[in-house]
Design a protein around this ligand. Structure first.
Ligand code: SAM
Length: 462
């Protein structure tokens, strides 16, 4: 692996950078794999399911694995029991824990959210009364974001597909804005050596300009006193400390230092002009890839978003009666849109209506399904969601049948009863089937089905 000389040169003098150790860490070819568990879908026997080695020190639910199994062939991966995420990125947790009151209802925006690593993490950290808006500007990256949000199984997330400039229409609306910015990507060279060929100083300069544009567009949406978390996976000062300086000088933001434990190996840097603190992850110092994060609070006020009177079609008493037999929680509002029902936490409905009037909303709350001939045809999202009634008829599958189910192939199961029911693996729901007298209809979404051939032995032998 030949690292660009101009990158190495540009990093000389950056605190924590050590040319020899940095190059050695790249040449060693170490492949790290880490996951973050979904604590609301607890795996009973995680250590025996995944090859877990040790915790990620800055994230309570983060763990390194001894090797990388083929996650495609783990039904618990499809059930949303964990998210495969690079360890350095999990440092986001420290920013949230140290700089916000997570017991309060917060409105959080994850501006560049696909595929959903930080969004699923944010969702796990905020309270159920809080709202997460998970935005992705690139339309065809929204699907994977949606799928990951559905798998995670929460009710308080809205997925949007908007350019950052659209958020100007929501002045002083969010308590927290996370900008995990598109960047030149040097921090991921170990994972993706091909990216070295695309790296150039010219691209660093372009990324830096784009980061400024994105930040300038989204800042009006942050409340006075609200928290901005800025992150990149680039080592370049132009995309990291220089952006911190620009934020403080241009927008009078206040930099917010974080507390670190020395043994974490994370480097606190000071930006050249405003001495803003930022946090750098170097692969020769941490078990993780290259990453940068800095926090700021906003110190001036904008006009606040006015919540307009909102209107939506509610489920009728009969419809609500049908739907309630499928749901566990009752403090939910059921909304009807073109015959499709969604559940939203009651206290978030007004906000979701504001978002619907302002943004290009792709998904919200929990999609329940449609009522046909007096019966619910449940949507996949309901099976994977925590609000599914615990007593719902469920057929537990063997490993072999769970994989067949996820491939949308025929299974060798005998459901106890006929009709719509969930299927589970190790008690974690995977989706729906409809058992008819002569066959079983598999309702696992076609677009999610496993197409790959299984040759990995890790999960096969479980
Ligand atoms: N936060 C994500 C996660 O943790 O899974 C990773 C985000 S990735 C570093 C950067 C994201 O920025 C990509 O999803 C990309 O599509 C998006 N992006 C690209 N151009 C953008 C732009 N002009 N404005 C906002 N986001 C952009």
């Amino acid at each position: 692996m030949r690292l660009p000389e101009s990158l190495l040169k540009s990093l000389e003098g950056v605190k924590g950078f050590d040319r020899v150790a940095f190059q050695a860490a790249h040449h060693a070819g170490e492949k790290l794999t880490s996951v973050r568990f979904n604590l609301t879908k607890k795996i009973t026997d995680a250590e025996n399911t995944l090859p877990v080695s040790m915790p990620v020190p800055w994230c309570d639910a983060g763990f390194y694995l001894q090797h990388r199994p083929s996650f495609t062939f783990d039904p618990l991966f499809h059930a949303g029991c964990y998210y495969v995420q690079e360890a350095s990125s999990m440092f986001l947790e420290q920013a949230l824990k140290q700089k916000t009151n997570l017991r309060q209802p917060l409105k959080v925006l994850d501006l560049s959210a696909a595929p959903g690593g930080k969004s699923t993490h944010l969702q796990s950290l905020i309270s159920n009364e809080s709202l997460l808006v998970s935005n992705e500007v690139i339309k065809n990256r929204c699907h994977i974001l949606n799928d990951n949000i559905i798998k995670w199984g929460s009710a308080n997330v809205v997925v949007t597909n908007n350019d950052p400039s659209a958020f100007k229409k929501l002045p002083a609306y969010f308590d927290v804005v996370v900008v995990d910015a598109p960047c030149s990507g040097s921090g991921l060279f170990r994972k993706d050596p091909e990216a070295i060929n695309e790296w150039s100083t010219n691209n660093v300069a372009l990324c830096s300009q784009r980061q400024q544009r994105i930040l300038a567009d989204v800042l009006p949406a942050l409340k006075d006193g609200g928290l901005l978390i800025y992150a990149t996976c680039s080592y370049s000062v132009e995309e990291d400390e220089a952006i911190s300086d620009w934020l403080v000088k241009e927008f009078q933001l206040q930099n917010e230092p974080l507390q670190l434990k020395e043994q974490w190996g994370i480097v606190e840097t000071s930006s050249p002009l405003t001495h803003s603190k930022g946090y750098r992850f170097f692969p020769h110092r941490v078990k993780g890839e290259g990453f940068f994060l800095a926090c700021f609070t906003k110190t001036h006020t904008e006009d606040v978003t006015k919540t307009k009177p909102w209107k939506f079609e509610k489920a009728t008493a009969t419809e609500a009666g049908i739907l309630n037999t499928w749901m566990y929680r009752t403090e939910l509002e059921i909304i009807k849109e073109k015959d499709v029902f969604f559940a939203l936490p009651h206290q978030l409905v007004a906000d979701v209506m504001v978002l619907q009037a302002t943004l290009n909303v792709q998904y919200k709350g929990v999609k329940l399904g449609e009522i046909m001939k007096g019966k619910l045809v449940p949507h996949h999202a309901l099976a994977l969601n925590l609000l599914l009634a615990p007593g719902i008829l469920t057929t537990e599958l063997s490993y072999h049948d769970a994989i067949k189910y996820l491939q949308r192939q025929e299974m060798n199961v005998q459901p106890v009863k006929a009709g719509w029911q969930a299927v589970s693996y190790q008690n974690q729901k995977l989706g729906w089937i409809n058992a008819l007298p002569n066959r079983i209809n598999n309702y696992y979404p076609k677009e999610l089905r496993i197409l790959k051939q299984q040759n990995d032995s890790h999960f096969k032998k479980l």
